[in-house]
Design a protein around this ligand. Sequence first.
Ligand SMILES: Nc1ncnc2c1ncn2[C@@H]1O[C@H](COP(=O)(O)OP(=O)(O)OP(=O)(O)O)[C@@H](O)[C@H]1O
Ligand SMILES: Cc1ncc(COP(=O)(O)O)c(N)n1
Length: 248
Amino acid sequence: MSPPVVVTVAGTDSGGAAGVAADLTTFAALGVHGACVVTAVTAQDTTGVRAVHPVPLDVVAAQLDAVLEDLDPVAVKTGMLGTPETVRLVADRCADRILVVDPVIVATSGAVLADDAVVRAYRDHLLPVATVATPNAEEDDRLGRDHGATVIRTGTGGADLLCVPGQPPVRLAHPRVDTDNDHGTGCTYAAALAAELAHGLALPDAARSAASYVVGQLRLSQRWTLGRGRGPVAHLHQPKPHHEGDSA
Ligand SMILES: Nc1ncnc2c1ncn2[C@@H]1O[C@H](COP(=O)(O)OP(=O)(O)OP(=O)(O)O)[C@@H](O)[C@H]1O
Ligand SMILES: Cc1ncc(COP(=O)(O)O)c(N)n1
C-alpha cells in the first residue's frame, strides 16, 4: 500500500538542523512520503543565520502546484515562509487540506525570520484556515488569538499547551531533556504532528506522539558536540552497527 503524502513548505538550513532537512527526515521516520516546496535559502549554522535568499513567488507557486496537482498530499506543513505573498499563496492553495502551520518568526539562535508584514499575513490569512498552529510562547504572544485557530503553544520546559477555541486548555506533559542541542526542534515537532495527522490520528494523540518523537531525538543528540553553537536535534535513528564507534 502507498504511504500518505505530506508536503512541507519551508526554507532550507545549510546546517541541516531546521527547515526542509528536519521535515523530510521526520516524515521518513514516521512513515509518510515527504514532498518539499522551498520558500527560502538560508546560509545558517549552529551559531546563527548569515544570509536569507527568498525564492521568487512564481517559483514557490510552481513547486506547490506541481505537488498539489500530481501527488495530492493529504497534509501540508508550513515552516519559514519568508514573505507575506508566500503566506497568502499557501492560504489560497491549501485551505482544504490538513494544514499544520509552524509560524516561524524567530529562530532558536535569535535571528528574525519574519517581519511585521509576514506576521500580519499569518494572522489575517493563514491561521484562520489552519488545522492547527504550533507557535512557541513568544510567537503565540506576537500573533494573538484573534485568528481563531487551534493552537499548540510549545514550551521547552517539558509541556505543551493545546488550546482549542472555546475549550479549556489541555496541558500535554512530556519528559524534558537537558541539552543545548535543540536547533530544529520546532520544525521536527510540527513535521511529526503533520505526519501523525496524515496517518489519521486525532489531534491530542498526534500531539503526544509528536512530542514523544522529539524527546527521543533530543535524547539521541543530547551529548553531541557538533558546531560551536546550539547543535542540531538528531535527525538520524539508531546508527547501523558497522558505523558504531565513528565518533565519540
Ligand atoms: N529540552 C527539551 N526537552 C524536551 N522537549 C523539548 C525540549 N525543547 C523543546 N522541546 C519540545 O519540542 C517541541 C518544539 O518546541 P520548541 O519550543 O523547541 O519549538 P519552537 O521554538 O516553536 O521552534 P520554531 O522556532 O521552529 O517554531 C515541543 O514539543 C517542546 O515541548
Ligand atoms: C530555514 C529555517 N526554518 C525554521 C527555523 C526555525 O527553527 P529553530 O527555531 O529550531 O531555529 C530555522 N532556524 N531555519
